[in-house]
Design a protein around this ligand. Structure first.
Ligand code: 2P0
Length: 349
């Protein structure tokens, strides 16, 4: 009798915000980066993607629905994730003939973010991480998060870091097939649970230059870029791992702010220049500098991705000093989101 059952599995994946930034690819098809990067995972209570994956012989075609809207799945990124996951499932099925042939069924993926997709809050990272985990759960794959991160990376580079909670590195790797370009846990969230983050939503508008095209323009035209990728970031990766290991917030903050500034410097060095920061972003930078000056040490660290919104890291004990000053002193901020910076990833079945 034909198998007409609908198989389903659900999961959630968190947003991550890099403190050592990914910017530049050596292989655009496999999303292989020109430098390693390191991120902090945000709490799923605040920011996450929830995804259900289903498959059935009764479905007609692969379908992806994001926040209620049907998405195109013919792109190379989605196709690469589907292909890799199906091939892992097919290997299980050929080893065990009693397993249902899920690898041959069309997929239906339904995804919801609990935050605005357009707000520049790394939605593609959580989105592809959740998609890969949901299908891996559906297929009952034995692969661990690092092995799955290789697949999520092909969906969106930064997505590979959202397979873990806590503090996560994406090791650039040297192989041309991407087999060693994957995410590793630097420390679990429980190692440094006092870490908090506040997101200043300066603008919820979609960014002007996409990360994917912006980073390749930088690789092609910036003279500063190779110094960053080859000299600065390798040293910073080591120092950042050490700072996290030692729970040394001052060094963490110093490296985080320097790396954000250098990422935006290579954007400015791109032709034509890419501007992600605006006047409000710059006011946030000055406000954090003032907070740190007043405290006599670094108690707050700003970082900006490919847009004007600020993420401010701080330790719980300094919440009053940091948020009080930011709340009082910044105009032009559309909204606030105080989030727990670091959280364990738990699988929601
Ligand atoms: C990061 N960003 O490390 C950096 C900092 C933006 C600035 O990863 O083309 O959406 O999908 O691999 O992952 C954004 O780039 O780019 C990003 P693709 P992605 O978080």
């Amino acid at each position: 009798m034909a198998d007409t059952k609908v198989y389903t599995a659900s999961t959630t994946a968190p947003v991550n915000i890099a403190v050592i930034k990914y910017w530049g690819k050596r292989d655009t098809k496999l999303n292989l980066p020109t430098n390693s990067s390191l991120s902090v995972t945000l709490s799923q209570d605040d920011l996450r993607t929830h995804t259900t994956a289903a498959c059935s012989s009764t479905f007609s075609t692969d379908t992806l629905i994001l926040n209620g809207e049907s998405q195109d799945v013919s792109g190379a990124r989605q196709q690469a994730c589907f292909r890799e996951l199906r091939s892992l499932r097919a290997a299980l099925e050929s080893a065990n003939s009693t397993l249902p042939k899920l690898s041959t069924f069309p997929l239906l993926i339904v995804s919801e973010n609990n935050f605005p997709t357009a707000a520049g809050l790394a939605s593609s990272a959580a989105g592809f991480a959740a998609l890969v985990r949901a299908i891996a759960n559906l297929y009952e794959l034995p692969q661990n998060p690092t092995e799955l991160s290789r697949i999520a990376r092909q969906g969106s580079g930064s997505a590979c870091r959202s397979l873990f909670g806590g503090y996560v590195s994406w090791e650039q790797g040297t192989e041309t097939d991407g087999s060693d370009s994957l995410a590793l846990e630097v420390a679990p969230a429980s190692h440094w649970p006092q870490m908090k983050a506040a997101i200043l939503v300066v603008s919820a508008a979609k960014k002007g230059v996409s990360s994917t095209s912006g980073m390749q323009a930088t690789v092609a035209t910036s003279e500063l870029f190779s110094h960053r990728a080859n000299v600065v970031v390798p040293q910073r990766m080591e120092k950042m791992k050490q700072a996290i290991k030692e729970r040394d917030f001052e060094t963490f903050a110093d490296l985080t702010m320097k790396d954000s500034n250098q990422f935006h410097a290579v954007c400015l060095d791109t032709q034509p220049p890419i501007f992600y920061l605006n006047d409000v972003s710059r006011a946030a930078i000055r406000a954090v500098d003032e907070i740190n000056k007043k405290a006599g040490k670094k108690i707050a660290a700003y970082t900006f991705d490919a847009g004007p919104n600020a993420v401010i890291y701080y330790l719980e004990e300094n919440e009053q000093a940091v948020l009080g000053a930011l709340n009082g002193g910044l105009e032009g901020v559309e909204g606030w989101k105080n989030v727990t910076a670091s959280a364990d990833v738990s699988i929601e079945e």
